[in-house]
Design a protein. Structure first.
Length: 228
């Protein structure tokens, strides 16, 4: 399965190319990549949001549009971002006039993943590939088989901060309710509370991790709760 639902991002790039080339308005079918036209040309909600985005983008300067396109690419380099091999800007770093249209468009693109059945297929592929059927986030809690109510697919990079990765399957990770709704929430995994870049665990990396608690002292940590 492809890592991302890339057509909305391709449409954004098409709109920018058209603006930079000072060409006339594009027809709806000309914006949709050929491979996705059969599935998307009736999606008027997507058309409306792209139209709003196109109007906002037309009012930006060329350097500002270049900044937005660079952000599209940066935010979708998930594997490099979590290892600090690269960095990216967040939504608040973009020109103010484009922030709301970006959030609206990318949020709708994420919703399309559910409507088109992509999230269910993605979850089924993960379940099939994971031999122990435990969440990669905590490595403890089991997730249910396809057919039962689907578990949460967390935005590893929060869509409120990195909206261009909102519909990227590489950025959607199975996560139990306790971890997702009580702990992870919308925390920024790329930066700590002071805004300093940090490395993060990559749940899609092809590696095996082992935690050994031999010789540890339960509740022996400085706070009296964690082990020493």
């Amino acid at each position: 399965m492809k890592h991302d639902f890339s057509s909305p991002l391709e449409m954004v790039q098409t709109i920018h190319t058209n603006h930079d080339g000072r060409q006339g308005a594009l027809a709806w079918l000309d914006i949709i990549p050929a491979a996705y036209r059969d599935k998307l040309y009736r999606r008027t909600g997507l058309y409306d949001r792209l139209a709003q985005y196109a109007v906002a983008a037309s009012k930006l300067s060329v350097p500002e549009r270049q900044q937005v396109i660079a952000c599209v690419v940066q935010q979708n380099r998930i594997a490099d971002l979590v290892t600090c091999a690269t960095d990216c800007e967040s939504l608040s770093d973009l020109p103010k006039a484009i922030q709301a249209p970006v959030a609206e468009l990318c949020g709708f693109a994420f919703e399309l993943l559910t409507r088109l059945g992509v999230r269910d297929r993605h979850y089924r592929a993960i379940y099939t590939a994971a031999p122990y059927h435990v969440y990669p986030f905590c490595g403890c809690e089991y997730f249910d088989a396809p057919g039962a109510p689907r578990e949460d697919l967390d935005h590893y990079l929060p869509k409120s901060l990195y909206p261009f990765a909102a519909a990227n399957l590489r950025n959607l990770v199975p996560m139990g309710m306790k971890c997702n709704e009580r702990y992870k929430l919308a925390q920024d995994i790329l930066r700590d509370g002071a805004g300093v870049r940090r490395r993060s665990f990559d749940p899609y990396a092809d590696r095996h991790l082992k935690v050994v608690l031999d010789n540890s002292v339960p509740f022996g940590g400085a706070d009296g709760q964690t082990p020493d």
